[in-house]
Design a protein around this ligand. Structure first.
Ligand code: NAP
Length: 274
């Protein structure tokens, strides 16, 4: 495939970093993103040395802070005349409840609202660059949610770390399907995925010292596949679990749930009617 310009959020560690490396090896122009400048620079230097690519660049934004998400979109737009792929990979698992600006629970802020906002902010650039793809990183953990208390969001006062994580991923999938419908006919598609159980610091935050997952390169294969493979370009609003397209949970497929996440995203990011 011809060179694509690809933004990978959360590419300073784990699966995102391995995805950026794989895409750089394939000759694509990769826009790295992280929240810590020092760590980001070290990863940029490491990937440049490992891949021999001079087509990498680095963007810094804390995705828990909506103003920084907006700045990230503006900086990408300024730095690049095109964006062919947006991979919303960054994510957190928070064993203890933390609150992001606006009284929003951290997992919900980073895993759901940040990709929701970044995607909307970057849509004009993606549409200008079409055919383009949005790839959202969800999780098989979403299947554990049978129902959730809408009143408990966005502050998640009654907190359980796994629950918060799983609900945020229901949101990612519901958003992707809803977005896919909106994008019909625009030349941009949106799909989401579960990368497998992968040994990263996120998995360790959930499982304890050793998570026992596969190597980041395995998760990266899934992300790169949805971003690059020609067959994935024909799917819109789909969910890919490890090695196949499949149906997500009933909850994520429920149009009422999809609408609720969409409206909540608009409300909490101040986008109102979009
Ligand atoms: N690992 C698994 O088994 C598994 C399974 C299913 C789904 N996933 C999903 O895969 C994605 C990648 O996770 P991972 O396992 O690779 O985790 P990871 O190794 O902890 O990497 C997460 C990345 O997101 C960045 N990030 C976290 N919070 C951020 C914030 N507030 N602002 C900006 N960047 C932020 C991290 O930056 P720092 O480098 O500064 O920490 C890092 O680059 C996540 O969406 C996760 O939910 C993972």
């Amino acid at each position: 495939m011809a060179e694509q310009t690809i933004l990978v959020t959360g590419s300073t560690d784990g699966i995102g970093k391995a995805t950026a490396r794989a895409l750089a090896f394939q000759g694509h122009r990769v826009l790295l993103h992280g929240r810590n400048r020092e760590k980001g620079r070290a990863v940029l230097a490491e990937l440049e040395a490992a891949t021999g690519s001079d087509r990498l660049s680095l963007f810094i934004a804390d995705l828990a802070v909506q103003e920084q998400v907006r700045d990230l979109a503006r900086e990408v737009d300024r730095a690049s005349s095109r964006l062919d792929r947006l991979i919303n990979n960054a994510g957190v698992f928070m064993p203890e409840r933390e609150i992001a600006p606006g009284g929003i629970e951290m997992t919900f802020a980073v895993n759901y609202l940040a990709p929701f906002l970044l995607t909307h902010e970057l849509l004009p650039l993606l549409e200008r660059s079409g055919p383009a793809r949005i790839v959202n990183v969800a999780s098989i953990a979403h299947r554990s949610v049978q129902s959730f208390d809408r009143e408990n969001l966005p502050g998640f006062e009654d907190y359980d770390g796994y629950d918060a994580y799983a609900v945020s991923k229901v949101g990612v999938i519901a958003f992707t399907i809803r977005l896919g419908r909106t994008l019909e006919g625009t030349g941009v598609t949106a799909n989401c995925l579960h990368p497998g159980v992968i040994e990263t610091k996120l998995l360790r935050a959930y499982m304890g010292r050793r998570g026992g997952g596969g190597p980041p390169e395995k998760g990266a294969e899934v992300e790169a596949r949805l971003a690059i493979s020609p067959d994935a370009g024909k799917v819109n609003g789909g969910y890919f679990e490890e090695n196949r397209w499949t149906r997500p949970s009933h909850l994520a497929l429920d149009p009422d749930v999809q609408e609720w996440f969409w409206e909540t995203g608009l409300d909490l990011t101040g986008m109102g009617q979009w």
